[in-house]
Design a protein around this ligand. Sequence first.
Ligand SMILES: [Zn+2]
Length: 321
Amino acid sequence: MRDVYAGIDIGGTNTVVGLFDERMNLVMKSSFATVKPDRIAGAAPMLDRLAEEVLRLAEDSGAGGRLRRVGIGVPGQIDAALGIVRDASNLGWRDVRLAAEMKKRLDVPVVIEHDVRSYAKGEAVGGAGKSCRDFICLTVGTGIAAAIMVDGAMVRGANGLAGEFGHDIVDGEAAPCACGKSGCLETIASATGIARLAEELVLSGRIPELAARRGSITAQHVYQACMQGDPDAKALFERVGTLIGRKLAGLVYALDPELIIVGGGVAAAGDLLLEPIRQELRRHCPHQASYLKVAAAQLGDEAGLIGALHTGLIGDERAGM
Ligand SMILES: [Zn+2]
């Protein structure tokens, strides 16, 4: 019987489980709807469902093997060393002893990590960040957040909040943010922000090709309008990229990375988003411009699975087992 490993990405809507062989190649993948917390049992029904899915995959005749280790990426504030999810508002979890509870159910070592750091770790293992020891990895999706690797080690900060720059305020902006503040970077530079700003433009008669979609415009629709050559849709992506570049400049001065990886759903817009980021960084950080690269993430959703599995294995002495 061969050894198998599980890398898991818990999301607010769906949870993805990847099963890997000894050489860390993905051999099977499945997903299920994340189970909402129970008023009395809390996160337990979700943890039971997750354990059941991991065991089902491990026992499947196609992959069939002895489960050796599990890594889990979670959207929220994590204490990786203690294996505790402090606060994951998307999941409705507070102080969930995730690593210990899953170890009890699966009887193998379980490590946990913030989902953006898992994603970045995946890109570091086999994607855009391969052989790079100093980089910043952004995910631009429903929200925006960064994971930071310095000298080969993931930076978590004193309370696991390192890289949450989506809640840094942009001067002159006032849209309410899910976090309770107003004018956060995330209210503009995210799929949600792009959709909101496009709705405003359409309301004032701009981006006519989206007029019929009023009320249900997504960032992807705005991207399609760009592809059709709409100048206002293009200007919107440029505004978002420029803003991200402006905020990144501060991080570049603080950390001196050699690479910035941009991933997440909105990054599918490619150079439409990356080029304004590059331009703004060249403008603000001319001394770093000769070596600082801005590249798209390469692994897509699998980055999170690969990274979760590698938590605690490379450049990550502080993650508990
Ligand atoms: Zn916020």
